[in-house]
Ligand binder design. Structure first.
Ligand SMILES: Nc1nc2c(ncn2[C@@H]2O[C@H](COP(=O)(O)OP(=O)(O)OP(=O)(O)O)[C@@H](O)[C@H]2O)c(=O)[nH]1
Ligand SMILES: [Mg+2]
Length: 329
């Protein structure tokens, strides 16, 4: 193996701020390569990055907002610090197996930050091997925290179940709505505000923004939620306000972390790791592809019930002896 590619060398590279080393480690983490875990263990044990989930319909302006926030936050240090905060951006498209299309646009919008070595941009593919895309998002964010990024922005397309699983991994979730997307009012009336921490009304330079704002304010007020913030990535309206909020949260995450949130995260992480080990252990005991193929033929020919074939392949004793294992679930 190339020595420069050893987990130790990669960990050292990460601590020296090399984004290439970080990229390599994240690929290992994402694909559940054991070298990812070795790098993780070589890095400081810290979990104090603030993770912001940004979600919303395609084209609502998530990447534009991320770019605007990067611009604002990279301008100067956070209070009490000497250098601007390093920021990581994860672009997650759960609907795309390779996260292609959305990222192309993101690359363009974030191009001016590509040269900034305090900014690290990464897309995550949904075919991840770490217990699904939510698991990959969590483990990647964990590594980024250890690599010394105090702030991780997670951009996710959509507001469905899968997106919500991803944003579960975040400390706070902002939902972007825009007067241009026809269903913004319906989403609001349907109670989408309940599922997120803040509504961001982007494209407030566009027609219809006032109506959307009025409804969003009413709803936020009724449920006692955070007031919505109207933004425009064109005029810059609302950007300083959101950047200040984020700066505050980032410092809070370092100085006064939310213990309960962390406990839930550790719990999910533990479960996911256990599930992964169970599956790996089960597959190690199971028969090989050839055995599987033979069993498939027997089931097909009506010679063997599916349940029994499954147990045989799993390596359980043939005549139903493996069944009592269910009781420890
Ligand atoms: N007028 C106006 N246009 C905006 C604003 N924000 C973003 N846009 C435009 O909206 C389009 C989509 O912006 P993106 O930032 O790519 O949106 P996105 O939500 O990241 O899109 P996906 O990643 O494809 O889901 C681009 O053409 C932007 O220039 C805004 O505040 N006002
Ligand atoms: Mg985008």
């Amino acid at each position: 193996m190339d020595r420069a590619e050893s987990p130790e060398a990669i960990a050292a590279g990460i601590l020296a701020g090399e984004s290439r080393a970080l990229g390599r480690a994240l690929t290992w983490v994402e694909s559940a390569d054991p070298r990812g875990e070795m790098v993780r263990r070589s890095l400081p044990d810290r979990d104090d990055a603030f993770r912001l989930g940004l979600t919303g319909a395609p084209g609502v302006g998530k990447s534009s907002l991320v770019a605007a926030l990067l611009g604002a936050l990279r301008e100067g240090p956070l209070p009490g610090e000497e250098t601007p905060p390093r920021i990581a951006v994860l672009a997650v498209d759960p609907t795309s197996p390779v996260s292609g299309g959305a990222l192309l646009g993101d690359r363009v919008r974030m191009a001016r930050h590509a040269e900034d070595d305090g900014v690290f941009i990464r897309s995550l593919a949904s075919r991840s091997g770490v217990g699904g895309i939510a698991g990959a998002t969590d483990e990647v964010a964990d590594l980024l925290a250890r690599a010394g990024f105090p702030l991780v922005l997670i951009e996710t397309v959509g507001v469905g179940q899968l997106e919500m699983e991803i944003v579960e991994e975040a400390d706070e979730v902002w939902l972007l709505l825009s007067p241009e997307s026809g269903d913004a009012m319906q989403l609001l009336k349907g109670g989408v505000a309940e599922a997120v921490d803040r509504l961001v009304l982007n494209k407030c330079d566009r027609p219809g923004a006032d109506r959307l704002r009025q409804l969003a304010e009413e709803i936020a007020h009724d449920r006692g939620g955070a007031p919505p913030v109207a933004t425009s990535c064109e005029s810059g309206e609302g950007i300083p306000e959101l950047a200040a909020l984020l700066a505050e949260r980032t410092i809070e995450a370092r100085t006064a972390p939310d213990r309960e949130r962390r406990r839930r995260r550790v719990r999910r992480r533990l479960r996911r790791r256990a599930e992964r080990s169970w599956i790996a252990a089960g597959l190690a005991r199971a028969g090989d592809e050839e055995a599987l193929e033979a069993l498939v033929r027997q089931v097909e020919a009506g010679e063997l019930p599916l349940a029994e074939a499954t147990e045989r392949w799993m390596g359980a004793s043939p005549a139903g002896g493996g069944r009592d294992e269910e009781s420890d679930g």
